[in-house]
Design a binder for this molecule. Structure first.
Ligand code: UDP
Length: 239
């Protein structure tokens, strides 16, 4: 399937229309942004790494009963995906405190949380993606029915259970991650966007080393090396 007009360009991906109105092509870019695009950069090959990592993780989730928008990965940077209506809620799932949770609430950085925390953030760059509660979601009509919020939470937890165990076997601590969902043409809520070191935090379980976008956010260097290491761990014997 070929790319037609550009539908949307985001910070890390471009979405292209295709001949089929229900199918898009997602192109992973090398651009890196942080702090709501105040910090910008680019790392050659980052897009391809995220495309591969997200392909592997979505396949793993599909295999375990989580429906996703991914149809097929076309080449290094491009995926064929189902067109969905994106729900403007970023679902963040946390196992260990760090980042905005530590900054905002003073929870000690690195503290293992007593339970898995699921948070909702409004997907709105102009407002700086603020944290929101369920009533805000209803007030802003981000979903048409409160039950959908429960589905988002349950799906976030299910994805976390599957990925946490998968990464533990590969000596990576899945600290936290962000996922996005969309509604497909059949009205079903399915996992969309991507799951990659841009949207997750991975800490090496032995060295404690950060192997994710925090290397870019915190100027730690070796961004690409870290993403390559995550891919290598995912592929294991397959690599
Ligand atoms: N995250 C993301 N996109 C965002 C905000 C957060 O992918 O716009 C991810 C981030 O990589 C981390 C998790 O969500 O894995 C929690 O991020 P946090 O709220 O701690 O935000 P930050 O510290 O990056 O501001």
């Amino acid at each position: 399937m070929e790319k037609r007009e550009l539908l949307y360009e985001g910070k890390a991906k471009k979405l292209w229309l295709t001949d089929d109105e229900n199918i898009l092509i997602a192109e992973f870019k090398d651009d890196l942004t942080a702090f709501n695009a105040e910090k910008k950069g680019s790392e050659q090959g980052k897009g391809a790494l995220n495309c591969k990592i997200s392909t592997e993780l979505f396949a793993l989730l599909e295999k375990n009963g989580v429906k996703t928008h991914l149809i097929e990965t076309l080449d290094d940077n491009n995926q064929l995906v189902k067109k969905v209506d994106i729900i403007a809620i970023e679902v963040v799932v946390r196992n260990t405190a760090t980042g905005s949770l530590s900054k905002r609430l003073g929870v000690e950085d690195g503290k293992v949380l007593p339970f898995t925390l699921v948070e909702f953030y409004l997907k709105d760059d102009d407002l700086n993606d603020p944290i929101i509660c369920e009533n805000h979601c209803m007030l802003l009509e981000l979903v048409d029915d409160r039950d959908k919020l429960d589905i988002l939470k349950q799906k976030g937890l299910q994805i976390n259970r599957l990925l946490k165990e998968f990464f533990e076997e590969r000596r990576l601590n899945l600290v936290d991650f962000k996922v996005e969902f969309g509604i497909d043409s059949e009205g079903e809520i399915i996992l969309s966007d991507e799951i990659s070191p841009d949207s997750c935090r991975f800490w090496d379980m032995d060295s404690g080393e950060k192997l994710d976008k925090d290397r870019f956010r915190q100027n730690l260097g070796n961004v690409k090396v870290a993403y390559e290491e995550v891919l290598k761990r995912i592929l294991g014997d397959k690599s």
